[in-house]
Design a protein around this ligand. Sequence first.
Ligand SMILES: C[S@@+](CC[C@H](N)C(=O)[O-])C[C@H]1O[C@@H](n2cnc3c(N)ncnc32)[C@H](O)[C@@H]1O
Length: 292
Amino acid sequence: MVGREEYSHIFVRQITLNLHMNPQFPKNEWWKPANEGGFFGNNYILGDEWYDRYLNDRLMTRKNRIFRETSGISDIVKRHQLNGLFLFCPCGNGRLLNSFKMINSKLIGIDLNFNYLYHANKTKQKNVLSLINSDMRYLPFKDNVFSMIANMWTSFGYFSQHEDNVHLLKEWYRILNQNGLVIIHSNINPIQVGHWDGGRRQKRITLSNGGILEITETFDVRNEKIWGVWEFVGKQKTEYNQYAITVWSIEKWKAVAQKIGYEIVNILGSIQDIDKSLSMEDEECVILLQKR
Ligand SMILES: C[S@@+](CC[C@H](N)C(=O)[O-])C[C@H]1O[C@@H](n2cnc3c(N)ncnc32)[C@H](O)[C@@H]1O
């Protein structure tokens, strides 16, 4: 952790970890770092370095995507006149955090994966106050300190227990100040998933190292979950990484968010167009929740 002492007005003194985990089902914790048997390691970074097939026929490099997403966050922040302290939760390897430059904003990043944070720290910008290695369900911050929280690139719905996903939303609510905003961005469209052909979608992606990544996702309607497999087809061997992401319907999002106290400001179909509400054909979903 970087610089916690200087920011005693933000952090609580002690972090109490009381994780809701079931040791009998390690698969439930697929979201852990790869060195603990989870999904997020070098393969994820390699798979993220793709050069085609994102947003249908548009060719987009990783750099293009970063620019597109940080510009989208900036547009939302400007529209809602937010400034002050922003949290990237989770921040991964800092790809967005370290490219996000807005005057009058200070940033904090949090992630469970120490190796990703180590990388983020190497490219850290001046406006980044702190990088924190922690489980996002248990945020070491005081109440009412952030103006904006960015949850980007399909980073919500990871927990197998419904209460844990709801708890994360409650934690964000707690640490946001009045009129503070949460941006939950995903490349899964909840309106589309129920209409996938045979309940599945498959993609074949060319990676920057010339390898192939095959992604197969199956939507389980009853459990509101996508079961996903990333298959790396390399020269020598094939590697598999698996995940399970809860995908709530729009109705469920509204019910859960409103119960916590959020106002649903909008549900967008693209991070690039902050006036376009979500519809069936969109490849992204951006949920904007505001603390009132
Ligand atoms: C799909 S990546 C996206 C990262 C980042 N939002 C971005 O756009 O680059 C998801 C990230 O969530 C982190 N993560 C998974 N479970 C977590 C948890 N319980 N607490 C904090 N971070 C977690 C992973 O380590 C990974 O960096």
